[in-house]
Design a protein around this ligand. Structure first.
Ligand SMILES: *Cc1c(COP(=O)(O)O)cnc(C)c1O
Length: 465
């Protein structure tokens, strides 16, 4: 399988090159040259497969020509061995034909583990094959950093440096990162805010001359196609569990960068009968405004109780624009050029198509807290704030009670005690057993000034030989 850029100007690449490349050279995002399709009979024959067996079926066509099947199987098996639950993404029922898909059974209690456990192993596999080493540099306000660290902690050919704003992430989130004591894992608490951290990482990508000879920076953010690919699997797995392909299923997705829900869209294109795909947003609602009012305009970022969805512009939406415009890269390039002014408008046909594919809904903090309280009172099931937004969006936009509605639970409530307490819980939600000693574990991190030179020399000086 070859991969092409959403802006049509960059060279097509093989899968392994796409994994190591961030953005395409024309500024676009890589997508597969064609989307594999499975027949209804073939999908039906997968009922009963384990998560790992199913992952092998779904991912194989995307890596064809790059990774032999036995190697892919080994990568998948190792990646999901770190999950606590045998089903990897268990379903819990919260209403008539309404289900929660728990995507937080991985090492850091957030759905990002599903993609990043796999991506870490995949990177190391590709790098070893090429006898190459990379440095990962990333900025985090919480979730992504810990999932990336857990994904890369055992990688021989990756050194990872994660910057977080000093004293501005929650203690659970800091400890999830800083208690990983490995000689290739480095946490930098930088005296500045999240934007300072992110800007420093960006400028480091632009000029990598500070790195040791032969090293380059790699990105693990959600523009990496391998992350999307790994996320397609759970749509099929839960769809099959609830009767697909002989009946359709719907999904509601707490959305930030549009990576997760784009994977759901690809699952549909591959043959999974999906009725509704619900885009659920918090007050940072650019996608909801786009679908409901054709208003895709930037607004100031709001800090909410669902911080992992506090995103001004969703980077993966560009992949959707590419599909909506019949894969016309020139058109997408033009739209993205227009968007530099702060807004873009979809054509009538594209808007109609987007509305056929997606429902959308927006919830602010107060409404979200009510949902956590209400669901807990009725079912004693505790939702995290991101998931609560998805559940309410599903209930508000649902077209048919006959179609199973699967709400994606993107984080464990213990990661977000503030929202949970606002919903009336008197104590912090308990961490799962395997993390119960998080507050006693040894921490390791470096406090540095907001000084690019100091950070870069720390990075360069701590890469393994
Ligand atoms: C990253 C994240 C999201 C948003 O996912 P996207 O793929 O960026 O849309 C939602 N909830 C949680 C808890 C997350 O960590």
């Amino acid at each position: 399988m070859k991969y092409v850029s959403t802006r049509g100007q960059a060279p097509a690449l093989e899968f392994e090159d796409v994994v190591l490349t961030g953005l395409a050279s024309d500024g676009g995002l890589y997508v597969p040259q064609s989307i594999p399709e499975f027949s209804k009979e073939e999908i039906a024959s997968w009922a009963g497969l384990s998560y790992q067996e199913l992952a092998l079926k779904i991912m194989s066509p995307f890596v064809a020509g790059s990774i032999p099947e036995a190697d892919l199987k080994d990568l998948i098996d190792r990646s999901y061995a770190t999950f606590r639950h045998d089903a990897i993404v268990p379903l819990v029922q919260t209403g008539h034909n309404e289900w929660i898909m728990e995507l937080f059974q991985g090492p850091t209690l957030a759905f990002k583990d599903i993609a990043l456990q796999f991506l870490g192993n995949l990177l190391d596999y590709v790098l070893k094959k090429r006898d190459q080493k990379v440095v990962i540099m990333g900025a985090t306000s919480g979730d992504t950093g810990s999932a990336a660290i857990e994904g890369c902690r055992h990688c021989d050919n990756v050194d990872i440096f994660i910057l977080h704003p000093y004293q501005r992430v929650s203690e659970v989130q800091r400890r999830q990162m800083t208690t990983v004591i490995e000689n290739n894992v480095h946490n930098i608490a930088m005296k500045g805010n999240f934007d300072d951290c992110q800007n420093l990482v960006k400028t480091s990508f632009a000029d990598q001359s500070f790195l040791p000879e032969g090293r380059q920076l790699a990105a693990v953010n959600s523009i990496n196609w391998a992350r999307i690919m790994a996320q397609i699997v759970y749509y099929f797995y839960c769809g099959l569990a609830l009767g697909a392909p002989s009946r359709p299923v719907s999904f509601s997705v707490p959305t930030g960068n549009f990576g997760d829900i784009f994977a759901g869209y690809i699952a549909k294109r591959m043959g999974l009968p999906v009725d509704q795909l619900v885009i659920a947003t918090n007050s940072n609602d650019i996608l909801h405004r786009c679908i409901s009012d054709n208003d895709h305009s930037k607004k100031a970022l709001e800090h909410t109780l669902s911080p992992s969805m506090d995103i001004m512009v969703s980077s993966n939406f560009e992949r959707m624009l590419f599909e909506l415009h019949g894969r016309d890269g020139a058109k997408v390039a033009q739209l993205m050029e227009d968007f530099k002014s702060g807004e873009m408008t979809l054509g009538e046909a594209e808007l109609a198509e987007a509305r056929k594919l997606f429902s959308s809904y927006r919830l602010d903090d107060d409404a979200m807290v009510d949902v956590i309280r209400d669901v807990y009172e009725k079912t004693e099931y505790l939702l995290d704030p991101h998931t609560a937004i998805g559940v309410e969006a599903a209930r508000k936009t649902r077209r048919s009670k006959d179609v199973p509605m699967i709400c994606l639970a993107t984080a464990h409530p213990a990661k977000f005690p503030e929202a949970v307490k606002k919903a009336g819980q008197t104590e912090d939600p308990a961490l799962p057993h395997h993390m119960a000693d998080l507050f006693e574990r040894e921490e390791k991190y470096e406090v540095l000034d907001h000084d690019a030179e100091a950070v870069r020399s720390f990075v360069a000086g701590n890469c393994r030989a």
